[in-house]
Design a protein around this ligand. Structure first.
Ligand code: FES
Ligand code: FE2
Length: 377
């Protein structure tokens, strides 16, 4: 019998070429075309909780200062002096006091970025303060985090993220119910992964590997042993906990009560969602895991994972997030080790990978990537 397989029904779809994951020149191009042209999640909003607090973040090749002003407004600026370009803040975070003072010739800016003073200013009638403030960067807060966009013509953050939420969860309310911006951080783990950031995104999107490397995860979420995770499960589809499981934890016990805004229908359900380019969320009834990817080179990505719980639940004397942290931490290490193994193999000049049907969902990420990078589909 002859079977005719057309291009659109082919069971094997090519992955991106190896160079997309390993070539430093590709990573440089991604900085320009993706990270310096998109809304990027850079830190938690409470990292700049009080006026005068700042955080320095690297976005693409730009150093960006996130500052809360005396008026309580969070702003972001390119982290260099308008005089002769000195880096303003070298520390990762700290207190600025009332102003930002360049250490080179002491040009001084308000926390709102305006130039306040410069030595010998009277000699410089051409120095119009209003024209020499720090370069502003678009900033928004969402899900308890600060997001910045270096693009000069940035669209609102909602235009980037809402279509992704709708495509995965079906409604914006399905995400809003978790009240992520009101949750507290119960635990944080920072993973230094010797892998390209895209391989980490792809790994999060597919569950073809779950039966092979995730015994703990598939015990809690038996559907995952099929090779199809929640991202491949269709709009709004979550994975249902195993019968004996009450919470997403290593023991199967719940770590806290249902998050305040959730519905009974959200009980015993696990959702995973990617918010391109650098955030993943895991949504379960009693907590949320917030992943923030920080790509540092073609072959290295820092992954910061916060476990977020209801603040009242965290205040209880017997609160312990360890059981919930354990199952995902084990799963993350299994995933990141797999990504690192791929990173090694994808360097081969003979590498040509394929996506099997359970992984075809990754094709949507590749479409996004090819469009962003202006590559032919
Ligand atoms: S470079 Fe900042 S004051 Fe001169
Ligand atoms: Fe995995």
């Amino acid at each position: 019998m002859v079977s005719i397989v057309t291009a659109t029904t082919s069971s094997l779809v090519p992955t991106l070429p190896g160079a997309a994951y390993t070539d430093p020149a590709v990573f440089e191009a991604e900085k320009r075309r993706i990270f310096e042209r998109s809304w990027v999640c850079v830190c938690r909003a409470d990292a700049v909780e009080r006026p005068g607090r700042f955080v320095r973040v690297e976005v693409g090749d730009e150093s960006v200062l996130v500052v809360r002003g005396r008026d309580g407004v969070v702003r972001a600026f390119r982290n260099h002096c308008r005089h002769r370009g000195a880096r303003l803040c070298a520390e990762e975070s700290g207190e600025l006091g009332k102003s930002i003072r360049c250490r080179y010739h002491a040009w001084t800016y308000g926390l709102d970025g305006h130039l306040i003073a410069a030595p010998n200013m009277r000699e410089m009638p051409d120095l119009v303060k209003a024209d020499h403030g720090l370069h502003r960067v678009a900033v928004e807060q969402w899900l308890g985090h600060v997001w910045v966009d270096l693009a000069a013509d940035s669209e609102p953050l909602a235009a980037q993220v809402e279509p992704q939420v709708l495509a995965r969860l079906g409604t914006l309310a399905a995400l809003d119910r978790y009240g992520i911006d009101r949750l507290g951080v119960a635990a944080t783990v920072v993973y230094e992964v010797e892998s390209n950031w895209k391989a980490i995104v792809e790994n999060f999107m597919e569950c073809y590997h779950c039966a092979t490397i995730h015994p703990e995860l598939t015990a809690a979420l038996p559907q995952f042993a099929s090779g199809y995770g929640t991202v491949s499960g269709g709009v709004g589809a979550g994975a249902v906990f195993a019968e004996h499981v009450d919470g997403f934890s290593l023991s199967g016990a719940a770590s806290g009560r249902r998050l305040p805004g959730l519905l009974p229908a959200d009980d015993r359900v696990f959702h995973g969602i990617v918010l391109r380019p650098n955030v993943f969320l895991i949504l379960v009834p009693d907590h949320v895991a917030f992943f923030r990817l920080v790509p540092t080179s073609a072959g290295h990505t820092r992954v910061v994972v916060d476990w977020l719980f209801d603040r009242d639940a965290m205040a209880a004397a017997d609160f312990d997030p360890g059981d919930a942290v354990a199952i995902l931490d084990i799963t993350n290490r299994q995933d990141f080790e797999a990504c690192e193994r791929c990173q090694l193999g994808m360097r081969s000049s003979a590498f040509e990978g394929v996506l099997v049907p359970a992984e075809h969902v990754i094709g949507a990420f590749h479409d996004y990537y090819r469009d962003a990078m202006d590559l032919r589909r």
